[in-house]
Each structure stands twice: as structure tokens, then as C-alpha cells.
Design a protein around this ligand. Sequence first.
Ligand SMILES: Cc1cc2nc3c(=O)[nH]c(=O)nc-3n(C[C@H](O)[C@H](O)[C@H](O)COP(=O)(O)O)c2cc1C
Length: 216
Amino acid sequence: MIIFVFWNHNLIEMKKFILILIAAVAVLSCKSAPQPAVVSFDDVIASRRSIRSFDASKTISEAEIRTLIATAQEAPSWANTQTSRYYVALSKEKADAVREVIGEWNKKNTEGAPVFIVSTYVKDKSGFRNDGIPANEVGNGWGAYDNGLSDAHLILKARAMGFDTLIMGGRDADALRSIFNIPEEEAIMAVLALGYRAVDPDRPARKPLDEILKFF
Ligand SMILES: Cc1cc2nc3c(=O)[nH]c(=O)nc-3n(C[C@H](O)[C@H](O)[C@H](O)COP(=O)(O)O)c2cc1C
């Protein structure tokens, strides 16, 4: 009888102890490993917009930019030539210099953007045979094509990480070449402003699907 009471008492204490242990583990695991919000691919596509009003109070780190460029590198390229190159203005001084050469409209719209990325590609590689002859009539158009694919990866990953972008084709290539010391072997494509949106823009309308699509 005495043994039973003693055993029963210990069992209750043991149960209490296990419950406390489970609760503690649950609380600790919540605190130490916050789960990132699950963002579906469709959410990324639907929420990505060209942003023309940035929140100047937020910055983006070099480590985060490395993640974006590493994602851009995952894009397919002609014969895996990987000719896209990226030049990143992280400092205020370089960012200001870029904003001076993207035209008044783009300058105004990127005022609060903390980061600017210039995307280029090495010419005469993508779309070219080993002997340097263009593989077909598109020529260096394939380098531009690959660069666009890389940039698409970049801007979608940026959105998935909670950032926003504006691709700008309106820019002075010669001025960018001298700001970043970009070699002549590279064709300068877009400037990408990177930051956080200050306002949620409307979705610009898309053409009817059947205007751009033909089945045979
Ligand atoms: C190659 C390219 C160049 C662009 N250049 C500019 C630009 O110089 N300035 C600008 O405000 N938007 C520019 N845009 C953004 C487009 O205007 C925008 O993608 C389009 O209106 C659709 O809007 P959305 O990106 O919000 O879907 C450019 C986009 C691309 C792909």
C-alpha cells in the first residue's frame, strides 16, 4: 500500500515534469527558429510590380544581394556560358552617381531605393560557336536573352525575399561604364533599383491572352 502511494505520487510528478518539458521545448523551438512565411510561386508573380516609390528607411545587406545574384546564376544560359555580370552600387555615393545617369523620370522614381544593380553580359559568347562565328541570325541577341533570364530570376527571388525592384532600360550606358569601370567586352543592359515599396501600385493591364498566343 505504502509502495503504491509512493509510486503513484512519483507518476504524477513525472507526468507534470514531461508536460513542462514538452511546453518548454515548444516555446524554445518557436523562439529560436521562426518559420519564414511560406510564399507560393503564384504569390511572387502576382505581387511583383515595377516600383516607382521606395521606402528610404530600409536597407538591404550585401549578404542578401549575394543570395539574389546566386539565384540569378541559376538561370539557364546558352551552352551554360553564364555571360551575365552584375555591378552593385551599395554605398550612397555610388547609388547617387547611378541615379544621375538614368534620366530625370527614373531618378525621381528611385529616390528611396538603397541599392542599384547594373546588369551586363559578355559579348560574342552566348549564341556563338567555339570558333567565334554566330550560331544563327540572333547573334548577341542570345546574350541579351540570357541576361534577361538572369534578371528575371533575380527580381522574382527579390520579391520572394520581400524586396521590390524596378528594371530600367532608360540609362546612359557610357556613363555607367565609367562609374563601374565596365570592360568594353560587356554590353550594358538594365539598371535594377532594389529596395522596399513605399506604395502598392496597380497592376498594369496585360493584353488579352489570345493576342499573344497561337495554338496549331
Ligand atoms: C527591359 C525593360 C526596361 C524598362 N525600363 C523602364 C524604365 O526605364 N523606367 C521605368 O519606370 N520602368 C521601366 N520598365 C518597367 C516596365 O514599364 C514595366 O515592367 C511594365 O510597365 C509592366 O509593369 P509591371 O512590371 O509592374 O508588371 C522596364 C521594364 C523592362 C523589362
